[in-house]
Design a protein around this ligand. Structure first.
Ligand code: GRF
Length: 224
């Protein structure tokens, strides 16, 4: 009976925002194919019509929207249109996945506690752009990726989970990016699952994830 009730319960509707390749979006789409996954990718929104991820989403039969930021007088007006598109699809969680637009404060406030991002470093180290360059220049021996709630401060919201990878002698931005990306694809679907299962709570700017095994919020790369 409990199993049947769980089956009938509506899945969390996730809206993914992209600007390019969309490999994290694809990882979420793949994860959501499992019958017991508690979330579905209900729409993909891109600010660029040429984002490769749009084709992937369309092939998977997921509704897509393109809202070009060009021609908008300011960030907030663009953000309000993106938000309206998400609301049209009854989205319960916004997942940024390589969305290359800085949001006006309005958007993260409107979606507070309902918008997450994945960033390819162990935040708070190396926010912003050219993340792997920053890591290599700093000479760190470990890097990784972070999933966090989005707040008006760039790459600074409450951290939900991280994955660590080694930085190897001879690494380039490309090799380090690729190693991190493999972990991004493991980490993001887990966090979306926890969110959908109602396990994630924020108090005083800190996140707790209830009823997961100890250490579940920190993955380690099995490589090298
Ligand atoms: C990823 O490295 C993600 O962490 C960052 O942008 C990149 C997007 O890659 N925010 P993809 O479009 O998901 O392949």
């Amino acid at each position: 009976m409990a199993k049947l009730r769980a089956k009938l319960r509506a899945k969390l509707r996730v809206g993914v925002l992209i600007s390019g390749r969309g490999s994290n979006m694809a990882a979420l789409i793949q994860a959501a194919k499992a019958a017991d996954y508690p979330a579905e990718i209900a729409c993909v929104v891109s600010n660029r019509a040429d984002a490769a991820g749009l084709d992937t989403a369309r092939r998977e039969g997921i509704p897509t929207e393109t809202i070009s930021h060009r021609g908008y007088p300011d960030r907030e007006t663009f953000d309000r249109d993106v938000s309206a598109a998400l609301e049209k699809h009854c989205i319960g969680l916004v997942a940024l996945a390589g969305f290359m637009r800085i949001q006006s404060p309005w958007f993260p406030q409107h979606w507070a506690g309902r918008q997450i991002n994945i960033h390819p470093s162990l935040l708070p180290a190396f926010p912003g752009l050219h993340v792997q360059r920053q890591a290599l220049d700093a000479g760190v021996r470990v890097s990784g990726c972070t999933v966090h709630f989005v707040t008006p401060d760039l790459d600074a919201g409450p951290i939900i989970a991280q994955a660590a990878v080694p930085v190897l002698v001879g690494d380039t931005e490309e090799t380090l990016s690729a190693r991190i990306l493999r972990q991004e694809h493991r980490l993001y679907p887990r966090v979306v699952r926890w969110f959908a299962e109602g396990r994630i709570a924020i108090a005083d700017g800190r996140v707790t994830v209830r009823d997961v095994p100890p250490g579940a919020t920190l993955l380690f790369s099995p490589e090298p």
